[in-house]
Design a protein around this ligand. Structure first.
Ligand code: NDP
Length: 445
């Protein structure tokens, strides 16, 4: 490993030892950047890597709100504005009880490179809160979102920082957040993406991350002489990304046999009926176990990791970080997996990624494979600025082109700097080069 990279990583480990997800993401990225840093000794003089791993700004704030029993609840809100070298900060908001600074920083660091890979002018940021929307009424979610935005509004803006959805933040939450932003500032501007279609949202944004994931793996498979047609797929999660990945991969001719949520997974050898999943998750906000109660021939199993024991050729982890550990990766390889496409952010541990790479599984890393969501968010920003609305087909075609271009960039960078087919290194390097160039040009800031 390059000595400068090693020193920065050691310092990071000492300073942020209490932020394991952040250190994990930084280790994965910086390790693969070694050959780039070898070629650019000027980076060390400019302190480029030390600046790159340190967020430009972190905002942490109190989010007080009243529940339906009139009890005061207090959550913690976060916004990490990580890097604005190539555009305004852009990245989702996550509402989940596990949210802490380490998780938001790892997501923000990944986001910088992902946004760069889209080829669009967006910097990297991420935010959220340890609020748990599960089991909360619409009124409670609204009061939480209003309180959250009452602090966040002063740090964001259409040319400053444009948040979007992530785990626990869908159309309902974006609507409440947008309403409060508009009420406080009096501005009708594209400050959030993932908005409803009646107030500035983009067609195909909801589908974009899942569809984009499938466009990416389709391009990756094509390069390697494969197609999804006739293959069996397993998709973890049953949220926004998982549902639309299932829809698109099915239309490409694969059969999805299992999906999950944080409690367990359903296995349906006849092929998952997505109309039922959508009804349970999008309409009733229910649990995946209800699928087995409604569809004959399917089975429900408790525990979310068990899904990776189901034999498949295509595995699409679409729920959360570190959901595939080394053991799950070994099981997938033993059962003949050929393609892994990361819909979630950092769903594979460092050890699991190594297992896939050693076994020559085609591996599409998150920051490239799931970039379709943020790319379409940037298309939503463009439409807001132009005061125009493109058709579903127009947006979907642009998404398809962006994902194919991302794959080409990633494959080329892998060949040039690492090993042909090492798309992990390829994604990190291709994303980093543009950001590094902009940071070098802008001086020590
Ligand atoms: P949703 O909230 O719509 O769905 C999340 C899904 O993952 C749910 O099925 C949820 O189950 C499951 N899940 C969440 N946390 C855990 C956990 N700790 N253990 C097991 N399962 C869990 O989120 P999204 O679909 O939007 O996001 C999924 C992943 O995709 C995240 O990693 C996100 O960062 C990433 N992503 C999302 C993008 C987007 O556009 N939405 C863009 C790029 C990446 P349950 O309902 O039981 O909690």
């Amino acid at each position: 490993m390059n000595a400068y990279v090693q020193r920065v990583l050691e310092d990071l480990g000492k300073r942020y030892g209490d932020q394991p997800e952040f250190v994990q993401a930084a280790t994965e990225i910086l390790t693969t950047l070694s050959p780039v840093v070898d070629k650019h000794p000027e980076y060390e003089k400019a302190g480029l890597l030390e600046r790159y791993v340190e967020p430009e700004r972190i905002v942490i704030f109190r989010v007080p709100w009243l529940d339906d029993r009139n009890q005061v609840q207090v959550n913690r809100g976060y916004r990490v504005q990580f890097n604005s070298a190539i555009g305004p900060y852009k990245g989702g908001l996550r509402l989940h009880p596990s949210v802490n600074l380490s998780i938001i920083k790892f997501l923000g660091l990944e986001q910088i490179l992902k946004n760069s890979l889209t080829g669009l002018p967006i910097g990297g940021g991420k935010g959220g809160s340890d609020f748990d929307p599960k089991g909360r009424s619409d009124a409670e979610v609204m009061r939480f979102c209003q309180s959250f935005m009452t602090e966040l509004y002063r740090h964001i803006g259409k040319d400053v920082d444009v948040p979007a959805g992530d785990i626990g933040v869908g159309g309902r939450e974006i609507g409440y957040l947008y309403g409060q932003y508009k009420r406080i500032t009096g501005l009708y501007e594209g400050v959030l993406t993932g908005k409803g279609l009646s107030y500035g949202g983009s067609l195909a944004r909801k589908e974009a991350t899942g569809y984009g994931l499938c466009y990416f793996i389709q391009a990756m498979m094509k390069r390697n002489g494969l197609t999804p047609e006739g293959m069996t797929a397993v998709i973890s999660g049953s949220g926004n990304v998982a549902i639309y990945a299932a829809e698109k991969i099915t239309s490409m001719g694969a059969r999805v046999v299992a999906m999950s949520d944080s409690n367990g997974y359903v296995y349906d050898p006849a092929g998952i009926r997505l109309d039922v999943v959508k009804d349970i998750k999008e309409v009733h906000r229910g649990r995946i176990r209800e699928y087995a109660e409604r569809v004959q021939g399917s089975e429900y199993h408790e525990g979310f990791r068990g899904i990776w024991t189901i034999p498949c050729q295509i595995a699409l982890p679409c729920s959360t970080q570190n959901e595939i550990n080394e053991e799950s990766a070994r099981t997938l390889v033993r059962n003949g997996v050929k393609v892994v496409g990361e819909g979630a952010n950092m769903p594979s541990t460092l050890e699991a990624t190594k297992v896939f790479q050693d076994a020559k599984v085609l591996f599409g890393p998150a920051k490239a494979a799931n970039a379709g969501g943020v790319a379409t968010s940037a298309l939503e920003m463009s439409q807001n600025s132009l005061r125009l609305a493109w058709t579903f087909q127009e947006v979907d075609e642009r998404l398809h082109t962006i994902m194919t271009d991302i794959f080409d960039k990633v494959a080329k960078a892998a060949e040039e700097y690492a090993e042909s087919g090492d798309y992990v290194a390829g994604a990190n390097i291709a994303g980093f080069l543009k950001v590094a160039d902009a940071m070098m040009a802008q001086g020590v800031v």
